[in-house]
Every structure is written in C-alpha cells, then in structure tokens.
Design a protein around this ligand. Sequence first.
Ligand SMILES: [Zn+2]
Length: 206
Amino acid sequence: MDIYLSAAQEAIDRLGLLNSESDETISKILKNGHGLHPKKLSSDHRKSDPQLSKEEKRSLGLRSNAFMSQSAFAEISQKGLIDAIKAHETTLLRASFTIFRWKSIQSIEETKRIVGDCFAGVRFDANPDACSFCQNLDGTLLENPLDALFPDKSCTCITANYGISVKVDWLLGGSQKDNQYSHDSRPMMRGIFQRIIDRLNFGRNS
Ligand SMILES: [Zn+2]
C-alpha cells in the first residue's frame, strides 16, 4: 500500500473538497512535504503555477492578492469552492493525520522492544474537540491498530485528528522477578523511557 496515496484518496473522498483526479497531486505534496504544516504546503501549492486573473479571483470571492494558481483551482470541487483557500489545506490536514497514525503503527514493534514487559497495548487517543464517536473510543485498546488507521464511517471529525499510541504500564514490569532495574532506579528509568515513547508516538496533539 502506498500510504501517501491511500491517505490522500481517503481525505478527498470523505471531504469532497477536491476532485478525485487530484489524488496523485495531493499524495506527492504529502510525500515531499518534509514535515511542513499543511497550511504552508497548500499555500505553496496555490502559489506555484500561473495564477488566476484578478477578475477570476474576485468572482470566487478571493482577495486579489490571495494566491490561487490555475492548476490548484482546477482541483477544487464545487463543494470546495465554498472556501477555496481552505480546500487543499483541510484535505492535506486530514491525510496527514492518517500518515501520522501509520508512522505510529510502524513504530509499535520498536516501542514494544524498549518497554518490554511494560507494554500494555495500543490505544486510541481522541483530541478534546473530537466527535462523540472518537470521544467514546478515547483510551480504549485496539486489538488490531491497522483497523483504526483510516477514520471509521461513524466518525464525523473533519480532520479526524485522533492518534494511536503505545500504552505503557510500569507496574506490569515491576512484578517481574528478572526485572533488570532495581526498585530505586525505576523512577529514573521510567522518565527516560517515557521520553523515548513520547518521541515514538507521532502525531499526537499536532
Ligand atoms: Zn471523530
């Protein structure tokens, strides 16, 4: 699976702000995005090619100094024209969260190795502004994290900005006889581990 293309297609299908033919373009923007924020990526994209005329921009309700290339404009659907400046950004944002989740899933095995016996599963993390479907799932453990890669049909979040993260239960490791860390050093090790895990858990609160 090309995660960039799949994430782009999901966001385009679900939001309906861009035409389905723009999936390759959106996928490319994500792939070459170097971690830049979708707001910056979409404005660069709107700037890149020959621009619409001032009259055309005005007829779309855009400021004359707003950037909108002819090619970017051609990608926007009828629905997306309601807020043309946001159409690419919102689509890129939704797709980016899918990619963040994909990266989190990719790092599960590595995190598992680091935390050993303290691994307590993989959890669903909803943001406070999420829809009720996501709120209900917040903190629950996922049997198969891949099932949560793409937003569920019942989720009504626009950007579906929920995350997937490894849950660590330090008490699980504490009961092991062969625990390699003494009781006294455990709080310190816990701090170090937690910082590593925080780094591995991509895409949360971003
Ligand atoms: Zn949701």
